[in-house]
Write a protein that binds this ligand. Structure first.
Ligand SMILES: Cc1ncc(COP(=O)(O)O)c(C=O)c1O
Ligand SMILES: N[C@@H](CCCC[NH3+])C(=O)O
Length: 414
């Protein structure tokens, strides 16, 4: 059951593979972050990092929950606008925003542009002048902190493509340029150290570092940030080895560190992506072929795979699954859960305990809400699955299943 709806019925009604989101779980997670901030007595803003899952319906849920969002491309911005998301609550990120993307952001009056590099400062300055506009900006800094997570999920270390390096003085140079530009209002500073982080240590170090940077900037520029944005990255549990900490633990430790180091704590923004939508997501598959090899682990194949969840292949991410129509049956074997893509690396779960399965059973992979649909692709010309939201016993299709016709809709004859 997913929030009062039988997943086997969903598989029958919408077909598989199918992404299902428990909207109540998303709303509850937002409430947990809110109450953690309120308990910590900090001025705050929650900005959903929409790269984790960016479709109209989720932007509408975020609007209902009155949180901010961050977008990292013209495409995400376009989707948020199409969803009717309030533009003043949008932060625009990205390490190589194009002229067109920045122009789109300015024309639509997005809340904040997160400046990432000198090229962008120059582009934005030009656009603001031409359009005779003003806009709030923040500087994304590279604080020189290496988070304990997969290499591909680290973003705060000095050797990173993101942000202005603090160590070498780039950040100061950027600040000078922005403060001199009267069309840019510098709202504050930002840093994001990485994703799927479990300990509080990296965030505490980050809080400490951001205050130290702010104090240093204050001396040099007589500027104190209105906002410090500490990014996202709060880890979730995908399997029994993962031991995430609660929103409360993160926020209380960060708050204590901030208050210890400064009297005038700015408003604190965070950008959770995975932790808001990850645990709320399920992917339903239908079990098909099976291969048994003497003395080796069998392969049980499903009707999706790396096209709808690239994370096992890309980050060696470990997921867990259940057979939705056999929840009450004993687990009798261990199998590789194989996808249907033409790649040996297309294994969704390396070793999964299963009941006795047969063709047609429904496998539900858990915690697939973040970076699943948003990173989905059409390899082997497989259409992307549909997405269904469930809430309090009701289900609603929010993204249609792609058809073969959709797949060729952009192709031109030659
Ligand atoms: C700037 C920024 N903010 C927020 C996030 C969201 O991270 P997560 O989904 O781990 O919370 C990311 C992604 O890593 C990011 O690059
Ligand atoms: N796509 C990554 C997280 C986002 C990293 C972006 N800086 C993952 O699935 O873990």
């Amino acid at each position: 059951m997913i929030d009062g709806v039988d997943s086997v019925d969903l598989a029958k009604k919408y077909g598989t593979p199918l992404y299902v989101f428990d909207v109540t779980a998303i709303r509850n997670q937002i409430k947990k972050f809110r109450s953690a901030f309120e308990q910590a007595d900090l001025k705050y803003q929650i900005s959903y990092a929409s790269k984790a899952f960016a479709v109209k319906a989720i932007y509408q849920v975020m609007k209902q929950e009155d949180v901010h969002i961050d977008v990292v491309s013209g495409g995400e911005l376009y989707t948020a606008l199409a969803a009717g998301f309030p533009t003043d609550k949008i932060s625009f990120h990205g390490n190589n925003k194009s002229f067109e993307e920045l122009e789109m952001a300015v024309k639509n009056h997005v809340g904040v542009i997160m400046l990432d590099n000198f090229h962008e400062i120059e582009l934005l300055s030009r656009i603001l002048k031409t359009d005779d506009q003003k806009i709030d900006v923040m500087l994304r800094l590279t604080p020189g902190i290496s988070a304990h997570t997969h290499k591909y999920d680290q973003t705060g270390q000095t050797d990173s493509k993101f942000g202005f390096d603090v160590e070498s003085g780039q950040a100061k140079e950027a600040m000078k340029l922005v403060l001199e530009d009267e069309r840019m209002n510098l709202l504050g500073i930002h840093a994001h150290i990485g994703s799927q982080i479990f300990g509080t240590q990296g965030f505490v170090m980050l809080a400490q570092k951001m205050i130290a940077i702010a104090k240093d900037f204050q001396k040099e520029f007589d500027y104190w940030p209105q906002v410090i944005n500490l990014g996202g990255g709060f880890g979730i549990s995908y399997n029994e080895d993962d031991d995430p900490i609660t929103a409360n633990e993160f926020i209380s430790k960060i708050a204590a560190e901030l208050k210890k180091n400064c009297d005038n704590v700015p408003e604190i923004w965070i950008e959770p992506g995975r932790s808001l939508v990850g645990p709320a997501g399920y992917t339903l598959y239908t079990i098909g072929s099976r291969k048994d090899i003497p003395d080796l682990t069998p392969y049980v194949a499903v009707d999706g795979g790396m096209g709808d969840n690239i994370r096992p292949a890309l980050y060696q991410a470990k997921y867990e699954a259940v057979v939705a129509n056999k929840m009450d049956q004993p687990l009798v074997e261990t199998a590789h859960i194989a996808g249907k893509y033409c790649e040996s690396g297309d294994i969704l779960i390396d070793k999964q305990a299963l009941p006795k399965t047969k063709v047609g059973d429904i496998l539900a992979v858990l915690d697939t809400g973040a970076y699943g649909y948003s990173m989905a692709m059409n390899y082997n010309r497989n259409p992307r699955p549909a997405v269904v939201f469930v809430e309090n016993g009701q289900d609603k299709l929010v993204v249609k299943r792609e058809t073969y016709q959709d797949l060729i809709s952009l192709d031109c004859d030659y």
